[in-house]
Design a protein around this ligand. Structure first.
Ligand SMILES: Cc1ncc(C[n+]2csc(CCOP(=O)(O)OP(=O)(O)O)c2C)c(N)n1
Ligand code: SF4
Length: 247
């Protein structure tokens, strides 16, 4: 029988710690497929952040540097400037990138660092028990907003893909989701484009991936997957927000 589905070479053959229905695993796979397709596994450095993606080094068969919370773009800047023959990407959660690391991501993007950023937006701090993040939806209940996020007190969810698209240093900024086969295929295309931009030395590329966190949303995997489509995508529309190839 012909095998039609295989594990990407860039992913180790190990079981992950992700909860059932978590989209981190799907995003990992697409990143690994992009590395395989460009044949860059041996020269890629991943920069992991803290959060549920902290074990990047255990799942990807590449070199990984562990960065403190929010500091991955700064660490990636150093790695890429020291070894500009390498492909360097960060992989960060929304609490990490849009809260503690706001300044790092904005300045790395504005400097046009030649790195790729994979940003997983699951509207909550996953690893530490589901606290409110800058991306938490208005009305969403979290462990620190038990009555729901209140925009008058807490502000509105930040749309990072659009925000970074305003910066001259950004070569590519797009938002994707992995909640349906169609969206997975589109996400794969966008993640490949983000890596291709770095392979071609075009500058900073950014992918925001909308993701489910069934555990902290208090939902089963199916309902959590559906929430991505019914609640998140209407507020965080999918698409390309900046593409210097078109300018
Ligand atoms: C400087 C710093 N502040 C806070 C923490 C605690 N911390 C670890 S993971 C985490 C939340 C991560 O959430 P997010 O970035 O949204 O990623 P997710 O777990 O949802 O993938 C926090 C607050 C830390 N390790 N370091
Ligand atoms: S807590 Fe949420 S983000 Fe973390 S592994 Fe579980 S489902 Fe995924």
């Amino acid at each position: 029988m012909k095998q039609v589905f295989t594990r990407p070479e860039s992913l180790k053959d190990v079981q992950t710690h992700f909860c059932p229905g978590c989209h981190h695993g799907s995003v990992h796979r697409l990143v690994a497929e992009a590395m395989d397709e460009f044949g860059i596994r041996d020269k890629t450095i991943g920069v992991a952040s803290v959060g549920c993606s902290v074990f990047l080094y255990g799942y990807f068969d590449i070199d990984v540097i562990e960065a403190p919370h929010g500091r991955a773009p700064a660490v990636a800047t150093g790695a890429k400037r020291a070894r500009n023959d390498r492909i360097v990407f960060t992989y960060q959660g929304d609490g990490d990138l849009a809260a503690i690391g706001t300044s790092e991501i904005i300045h790395a993007a504005n400097r046009g660092e030649d790195i790729t950023v994979i940003f997983v937006n699951n509207t909550t701090y996953g690893m530490t028990g589901g606290q409110m993040a800058p991306t938490t939806m208005v009305g969403q209940k979290t462990s620190t907003s038990p009555y729901g996020r209140n925009q008058a007190k807490d502000g509105y969810p930040i749309r990072m893909a659009e925000l970074l698209a305003q910066l001259e240093g950004v070569a590519f900024s797009a938002r994707v989701a992995v909640n349906s086969p169609r969206n997975v295929m589109q996400a794969k295309k966008m993640i490949k484009t983000a890596f291709r931009y770095q392979v071609e030395g075009r500058g900073f590329s950014f992918i925001e991936a909308l993701a489910a966190c069934p555990t902290n949303w208090g939902m089963n995997p199916l309902a959590a997957n559906e929430r991505v489509g019914s609640e998140m995508i209407p507020y965080f529309p999918l698409g390309v927000y900046r593409n210097t190839a078109n300018l």
